[in-house]
Design a protein around this ligand. Structure first.
Ligand SMILES: [Zn+2]
Length: 365
């Protein structure tokens, strides 16, 4: 027999109070003290479920630093709650306590956007989701059906950086379960459930620079021109792919020889792009960083190769910053410059642009 769970079973005020209290704790994935406080708060809240509550040590994770050296990357503990582990029918419920906002990020406080909408770090992704999970379970525990279903809850501390310290734990807890549910925000504003999401893969590739005499053994050296050429090639590849898919053709492509027309038109723009890319790359990698290159190559003595490699990585990063989920002003400036370059090339190559705004990209809140 099934008894419905009604809205009366939920304590909305308690849910809100929890989300507000949890959002006030900074839990950027690298903030271990914040994660420890959050884990303690969650352990207390999930203690209301009459199961066992455990804080599990993170699995060791090796990462590669900007200097190319491997180091142990610390992580926070994960929360595991087990209710009726002896039950034949068991499910897994998952969530994460970390957020993408580190301690030094500007977004630390909550505010009401309107009478119904709270905005704050982790409110939607996913401390709010954790409150929904917890209170659904508390309501479920009040029903007679509860005795026939067991479940594990896992709240990991490192989801935002790829769950490297919890992947094995997730796999272990998922084994033998009938189903698994996670409490990420909905896929659409109307509440549509997200059934699946694309995953990510993280790769570290270490390049080590090498000094050599220009006359005696140049083939043994590694220099700035290579970095500049590499940047041009990579950008060319990406921009080229973008240029091959214009929104539409004016006039429409002829029936005969459409491919020739298409190739000619895009090539004209590509040539404009390539001209400008050489200038941009030379300026960003070599001219603007010239004193840095000279300094790096003048390093001498024991350990200088390593220090030099580190300095060269720094030079490349400031010349062509890689935008991540929270691009800084340098990455934004670089993207803006690239966008302007592509826009100019399209116009000079005989193309047309739509929906282009002239302002630099806005920084995220
Ligand atoms: Zn999330």
């Amino acid at each position: 027999m099934r008894e419905p769970i009604t809205p009366a079973a939920f304590d909305g005020a308690a849910m809100l109070a929890q989300v507000e209290a949890w959002s006030a704790i900074n839990t950027g994935t690298a903030n271990l003290p914040g994660l420890a406080r959050q884990a303690a708060a969650l352990a207390e809240a999930f203690g209301g479920l009459q199961g066992t509550v455990e804080l599990v040590d993170p699995a060791p994770v090796t990462a590669i630093g900007a200097d190319g050296a491997a180091f142990d990357k610390p992580h926070g503990k994960h929360l595991v709650v087990r209710v009726r582990p002896q039950s034949n029918r068991r499910i897994l419920l998952t969530g994460h306590m970390d957020t993408v906002f580190p301690v030094e990020h500007a977004f630390q406080h909550q505010r009401w956007l309107d009478a119904e909408t709270l905005n704050g770090p982790g409110v939607a992704d996913m401390k709010g989701g954790i409150a929904v999970m917890l209170h659904a379970l508390l309501a479920f525990e009040q029903t007679a059906s509860a005795s026939s279903l067991g479940y594990d809850v896992l709240i990991n501390s490192d989801e935002e950086t790829g769950s490297l310290a919890s992947a094995a734990l997730i796999a272990q807890l998922a084994a033998g379960k009938l189903a698994a549910l996670t409490y990420e925000p909905a896929a659409l504003p109307d509440g549509t459930l997200a059934h699946e999401r694309g995953g990510t893969g993280n790769y570290s590739i270490t390049f080590t620079g090498r000094s050599a005499h220009a006359g005696r053994n140049p083939h043994e050296g590694r220099n700035a021109i290579v970095a500049a050429a590499d940047l041009i090639l990579r950008l060319q590849e990406r921009i080229s792919a973008f240029l091959s898919e214009p929104l539409e053709w004016h006039p429409t492509l002829p029936k005969d020889g459409a491919d020739d027309v298409r190739i000619q038109a895009v090539d004209a723009i590509r040539r404009e792009v390539n001209k400008r890319l050489h200038d941009l790359s030379r300026r960003r990698i070599i001219e603007e960083q010239l004193s840095g290159w000279v300094e790096a190559y003048e390093l001498k003595g024991t350990g200088s190769t390593r220090v030099r490699a580190k300095e060269l990585v720094g030079l490349y990063e400031s010349a062509a910053p890689v935008p991540n989920e929270m691009p800084g002003p340098d990455a934004n400036e670089f993207l803006f410059e690239l966008r302007e370059l592509v826009a100019k090339s399209i116009q000079d190559g005989g193309g047309d642009i739509r929906g282009r705004k002239r302002e630099p990209l806005a920084l995220p809140e």
